[in-house]
Design a protein around this ligand. Structure first.
Ligand code: 5AD
Ligand code: SF4
Length: 440
């Protein structure tokens, strides 16, 4: 009888791609995907712990599965990902969610098939969460779900220990894949017809340092010029302290590289940046922006910004607003700081009041939305090339992004998913552009 699985993913692109690896493992074991929880034989939660709300969300949804398990005892519920890598959470799950069958961490994802078999054969709960040594797994074939886009992990882990961030604790130290392995994966994907490849790492700018053979991210970008075929190359995420001019030049020289850089700034106050252990000042950040603009004048710069870090004064917050004004971001992800157990910032004095955080995030979002609108407005009446990636059934519109990351919507009688399409933009609302196909 056909067996089915459902994977529920929380968090970042990295997690979405790891879920594709889990799906690859389940596919090899002859499971088929389903959206219907009642039909599923295996439900996997791939969790994220970077912010508190992602964690609460996952636990809430997990709790709701208790009744399903009671109705269908053969259902296997697995919980994995970086949330489980935290000791206190693993303990809490074991105690309060006894119906969970398999608990696994971030470092043994590729063993999921073995853990599942063990659970099925023994009928006993399987808990395998291994330390902080990321493994580079080269033998799992992901079941990709986002054609024409494909993600390629180039490294695992992070060495930075920003004081607010849980990632280095749950994902361990940086470990890079070889340039050759990355090149082969990208080339295969392009031959298979994928049109946009996004290289993934917590800090792609420090790619290769651990290989100790002179490899660096700029060299990888250069090397990937050899890949044959028509495709776009993106990468995320960058760290301002490690972004080099050599890299920006490599991006400018690579015909496939999108002129879009996600460069998280986090804060505009030097005092707060120091407390965050970001290891750059607001001037350093602006200098990096200037380097980008020098070689890539049209580059869309996007960012992550946080408000309410411990000790953040009104003046610190105004410094953040000022920096945002100076740079003019194409778009920004904005976050309210949430203390993560085990991080240095969680123990800092002067945690900020929720009402103050709320007020600041609203003011920041207003400014960022305005910048997003301004950037979109520059597109009016222009022709842009977008990679058609989806169809919005409700609106009967196809959609896709241009190289700068802006989403464009258009009408078409033909299915154009996977094609590069030129549209003329006739309206821009916030982050979305609307246009008509330009006939060649
Ligand atoms: N609280 C709020 N936001 C956080 N981020 C990371 N840790 C926290 C935290 N404890 C944000 C940062 C990062 C993005 C992925 O998530 O802005 O760049
Ligand atoms: Fe977290 Fe900083 Fe590493 Fe990014 S660079 S994952 S924010 S510790």
């Amino acid at each position: 009888m056909q067996k089915f699985y459902k994977i529920i993913t929380y968090g970042c692109q990295m997690n979405v791609h790891e879920s594709e690896k889990l799906a690859g493992i389940l596919t090899r074991l002859d499971y088929m995907p389903t959206e219907d929880e009642a039909l599923a034989d295996v439900i996997v939660f791939n969790t994220c712990c970077i912010r508190e709300n992602a964690e609460q969300h996952a636990l809430g949804n997990l709790g709701a599965l208790k009744y399903l398990k009671a109705k269908k005892p053969s259902l296997i519920i697995a919980l994995g990902g970086c949330m489980i890598q935290q000791d206190n959470v693993a303990k809490e799950v074991k105690k309060s969610y006894p119906f969970v069958d398999i608990l696994f961490g971030t470092h043994n994802l590729e063993d999921f098939g073995v853990l599942l078999k063990k659970r099925l054969e023994t009928g006993k709960k399987v808990v395998e969460i291994v330390g902080d040594k990321p493994k580079i797994c080269e033998n799992v074939v992901p079941f990709r779900t986002s054609y024409p886009n494909a993600w390629v992990n180039i490294m695992q882990g992070c060495n930075n220990f920003c004081t607010y961030c849980i990632v280095p604790y749950v994902r361990g130290r940086e470990k890079s894949r070889s340039m050759q392995a990355i090149y082969s994966e990208v080339q295969k994907l392009v031959l298979l017809g994928y049109k946009e490849i996004t290289l993934l790492g917590q800090n792609v700018n420090s790619y290769g340092k651990d290989l100790n053979d002179g490899t660096n991210f700029a060299k990888l970008i250069d090397f990937l010029q050899e890949v044959r075929g028509e495709f776009r190359l993106r990468f995320m995420t960058n760290h301002p302290k490690d972004l080099t001019e050599e890299l920006v030049i490599a991006i400018a020289n690579n015909k496939n590289c999108c002129h879009a850089i996600h460069l998280p700034v986090q804060a505009g106050s030097d005092e707060i940046l120091k407390k965050m252990n970001r290891r750059y000042t607001s001037k350093d950040y602006l200098d990096k922006v200037a380097i980008i603009k020098k070689h890539l004048p049209d580059c869309a710069i996007t960012t992550d910004i946080m408000v309410g870090f411990p000790g953040e004064t009104e003046q610190d917050f105004l410094d953040t607003l000022n920096l945002v004004k100076k740079v003019g971001f194409a778009s920004a992800f904005t976050f309210v700081y949430s203390p993560r157990k085990g991080t240095i910032a969680a123990e800092m004095p002067n945690q900020i009041d929720e009402a103050v955080k709320k007020d600041r995030i609203m003011r920041l979002v207003d400014l960022c939305n305005e910048q997003t609108r301004q950037f979109s407005a520059t597109y009016l009446n222009k022709e842009i090339t977008i990679l058609c990636e989806d169809y919005d059934k409700k609106r009967d519109l196809y959609l896709g992004r241009d190289q700068y990351g802006r989403m464009g919507y258009f009408k078409s009688q033909e299915n154009l998913i996977g094609e590069f399409v030129t549209i003329k933009v006739n309206s821009a609302t916030g982050i979305s552009l609307y246009g008509d196909i330009v006939e060649e």
